[in-house]
Design a binder for this molecule. Structure first.
Ligand SMILES: Nc1ncnc2c1ncn2[C@@H]1O[C@H](COP(=O)(O)OP(=O)(O)O)[C@@H](O)[C@H]1O
Ligand SMILES: [Mg+2]
Length: 232
């Protein structure tokens, strides 16, 4: 039935732009029912301290918190399949967006394998365009460029399933990942990583310096519960 009140504004565009899987649209951290207490604490602290983590590019000295320990710091959620990593990461994105609807709340969800693939395709289309001037190649590489720019510059990005990218791409992925995470951290842009790999194995998956840098750039949150898919 029609009422005199304006209908709720459709927010689907927010979640589409953020590339959040549709299962997770609009569900913030309050929707996470079965969460281990230490994970709940980590995500609640994360959203509560957002303004100390992300410092916008136009910030002045007055915006810099006295305690700088949170600046640029993200989360690394690691654990076996089905422990709720992707769901938890998406819920943090949604809550940040809901609480910070302006520019400081721009959020993005990207499976890491898709990011690596986008980089490879971007390079190929760009090379083709440079060699031939082909208009279709130009459009392709410009579209990919937009996505890559967001991953580099948007305030909060989830890189889902690190370490699952195709094996042959993993040497390339290590370099890419290194540059991306270091750059984002330096620019006070927190990153949430999810992975099946234990942090102690990151030196094998990527490289030893990355392993130690990760504990500086992220709070490490083990997700050790049961497989929620099976429990459902
Ligand atoms: N906090 C939670 N409470 C209840 N169910 C959850 C929770 N987190 C995840 N789930 C459910 O568990 C299943 C696996 O979650 P998912 O986030 O995909 O795990 P992972 O990314 O670790 O493999 C999904 O069906 C999801 O809906
Ligand atoms: Mg997952």
């Amino acid at each position: 039935m029609q009422t005199a009140e304006a209908p709720d504004r459709d927010t689907s565009l927010v979640w589409k732009t953020a590339r959040i899987p549709v299962q997770h649209w609009g569900l913030g951290i309050e929707s996470l029912t079965r969460l281990q207490p230490h994970v709940r604490k980590a995500v609640e602290d994360f959203v509560a301290t957002w303004r100390e983590r992300h410092i916008p590019a136009d910030a002045t000295m007055a915006d810099i918190p006295e305690d700088r320990c949170h600046i640029g710091k993200g989360l690394l959620l690691f654990g076996n399949a089905g422990t709720g990593k992707t769901t938890t990461a998406c819920a943090v994105l949604a809550t940040i967006r809901q609480r910070h609807p302006g520019g400081a709340g721009r959020i993005l969800f990207v499976p890491f394998a898709d990011y690596v693939q986008a980089l490879i395709e971007h390079r190929n289309w760009r090379d083709l365009y440079q060699a031939t001037g082909d208009e279709f190649a130009r459009e392709k590489f410009m579209a990919l460029q937009k996505l890559l720019d967001k991953v580099l510059t948007w305030p909060l990005v989830v890189l889902d399933d690190m370490g699952k990218e195709h094996h042959t791409a993993s040497g390339y992925a290590a370099d890419v990942f290194d540059a991306l995470i270091r750059g984002r951290y330096r620019n006070a842009l927190p990153t949430i990583l999810t992975s099946n790999n234990k942090p102690g194995d990151w030196d094998k998956v990527y490289n030893p310096s990355m392993q130690s840098f990760l504990s500086e750039a992220c709070e490490v949150v083990p997700m050790t519960g049961e497989d929620l898919r099976r429990a459902a």
